[in-house]
Design a protein around this ligand. Structure first.
Ligand code: SF4
Length: 70
């Protein structure tokens, strides 16, 4: 799974950083979200999905990996 963020939609609430600090961070200068990683490990999937659901700005997008052929 991949995660991406739209900094134009981020309102700096910091909820994602509190919930999944290993994935999300806030910029020291403008407090907008930054990603620490874009590839999400299986053990992080549930937390990242929840962070996307709870984001008040709708700034977090999760994308499923393409299924392997075969
Ligand atoms: S939860 Fe959403 S609005 Fe809040 S800091 Fe994270 S990306 Fe920005």
């Amino acid at each position: 799974m991949q995660v991406s963020v739209d900094r134009d939609r981020c309102c700096s609430s910091g909820m994602c950083v509190m919930n999944v600090p290993e994935v999300f961070d806030q910029d020291d200068r403008d407090s907008l979200v930054r990603l620490r990683q874009t590839d999400i490990r299986p053990d992080q999937v549930a937390d990242v999905r929840l962070a996307a659901e709870l984001c008040p700005g709708g700034a977090i997008t999760v994308t499923e990996d393409e299924p392997a052929d075969g």
